[in-house]
Every structure is written in C-alpha cells, then in structure tokens.
Design a protein around this ligand. Sequence first.
Ligand SMILES: N[C@@H](CCC(=O)N[C@@H](CS)C(=O)NCC(=O)O)C(=O)O
Length: 213
Amino acid sequence: MPDITIYGIPRSNYVRACCMTALEKGATFDRAHVSFRHLFTDKHRAVHPFLKVPSMRHGDVLVWESTAIMRYLDGTFGEPGVLEPSGFAERIEHEQWLSAVNHSIDLDFVRKYALEYTFPKGPDGTPDKARIDKALPNMRRDLGILDGRLSGGVYLVGGQLTLADILLHNTLDVLNRTDEGAGLLAEAPNVARAMTTIAARPSFQGAAAAAPG
Ligand SMILES: N[C@@H](CCC(=O)N[C@@H](CS)C(=O)NCC(=O)O)C(=O)O
C-alpha cells in the first residue's frame, strides 16, 4: 500500500511539486484523480476546504496547501528537513523564493498565461492572442530576475535542491508546452540550464508521469 495519497488534477504545477517532493523523499504515493467538476463538490471540500488541489492524506493526517504538504513530506520521510536550508539567513531567502513562486511566478506563468492554452477563450476555441501577448512582459521580467539569481548555479538557495526549486521548476515547465516558451527561454540561458538539470531528476519525471498532460 502506498505511504500517502495525493489528491490532484492532471498537469497542475502544484500537484506535480508535491509528487516530486514525495519522490525525492522516497515516499510512495497514489494520486487520487480529481476532475474539475469534482473540485466543487462536498466530497472534495472534505479534503480541501478551499476547493483547490492538491491535498495529501497520510494515515489520519490530512494536509492541504502545497508548501505545507511539501514541508510535511520533507519532515516525515527520509532524512528530515533536507529540502530546506538550515541557516537562518538562507531559510529567510528560501521562504522569500517560495512565496515569490506562489504569488508572482505562478500568477504570471500559469494563471495569466498557460491556462489560456489549457482553456482557450479566443475565437473558435483557439488561445486568445491578446491575452497571451498581455502576459508576456511580466513573464520576461520574471525570467530576467530568475536568470540573474541563477547565474551562479542551478539552485535558488544554498547550492542545494530545495522546495523552492521544486515549486519553481514545476511551474516554469509550462514553457515546454507553449508556443512562446522556447523563445522566452532563449533570452534566459541560466534559467534554461537550471530547467534542464532539474528535469533530468527521476523525481521530476515521475511527478510529470503522475500528473500528466
Ligand atoms: N495555494 C494553493 C494553490 C493551489 C491551486 O491554485 N491549485 C489549482 C490547480 S494548479 C486549483 O486548484 N485550481 C482550481 C480552482 O482554483 O478552482 C496551493 O499552494 O496548493
């Protein structure tokens, strides 16, 4: 029997980040498929009061919100806490990047951009070019910030893989599925290099296979 259940929809960057964390920590999981229609039911409310994905169940423990789930997994399986830096200054930096991915990068790359490809609102069911063009300047700005940060190495904080990298790369992965992705990454070679390194990890590939699309 798997150690945990991760409730999630396919393709979600947040669901993938939790699956990748589980794989990094050696926790086995099954993914309970949640369809978009199922998201808004009382059955789903029982695992996530805000009707989002992912949620995670480990025995009697239910956790929702991705960073809480990722921290739970890091603290519970394998060697505790290896996916977060230990020094105070680096922990603050790590928190800062986790928050930036959650509140800026997810917004700019997924909510305001990639979802236009997933749920196109343009004529004849095609992606709305105006919405996509409107999203690009903030994405370029974000990539410029990340490219500067990653100029010295492929990890965001402390020269090691952390939860912030896991969340970041499962979010930036949308660039591998969209028309503008390759062009944007050509302008951010340090980000592209980091993406290639992280994508080679079996945990990244396993997470993509667990929440495909
Ligand atoms: N703050 C939440 C965000 C999760 C989130 O936005 N999940 C998306 C899928 S990627 C979702 O549930 N969307 C459905 C909705 O918002 O109705 C977390 O960190 O887990």
